[in-house]
Design a protein around this ligand. Sequence first.
Ligand SMILES: [Zn+2]
Length: 134
Amino acid sequence: MTTAVSFRPRDLVVNEDGTGHLVGSRCPTCGAHYFPTRQVCAGCLTEDLETIPLPTTGTLYTYTVVHRSTPAFETPYVLGYVDLPGPVRVMGQIDAEPDDVEIGMTVELEIVPWGTDEEGTPLLGYRFAPGGER
Ligand SMILES: [Zn+2]
């Protein structure tokens, strides 16, 4: 059996136990946070940004319900922006029925199967699910 790997290893670290976290950038000069990582700070143009693990629990900033998508995604699904402490805003699918989603709710990163690559290796991606401790 082939071990599943992160669909974007630079952006998503997956541990052996199936947990994981997103990877972002932090500016040591002005404190700005980014996801995905950046080479240059958009706020102060500092070039030596730190690569940091992002928190896995955040707050749903806003969302929409997607009714038409590519065949890879079963519709309808919820797509949202999640504010993680830093702060940094991350877009991702929300693992909940549309009627159960509410702006301001606490959500937690979850690692989920994300198809396969060209060689058939199972990939892991991320989405956010309601719950988690803040
Ligand atoms: Zn900066």
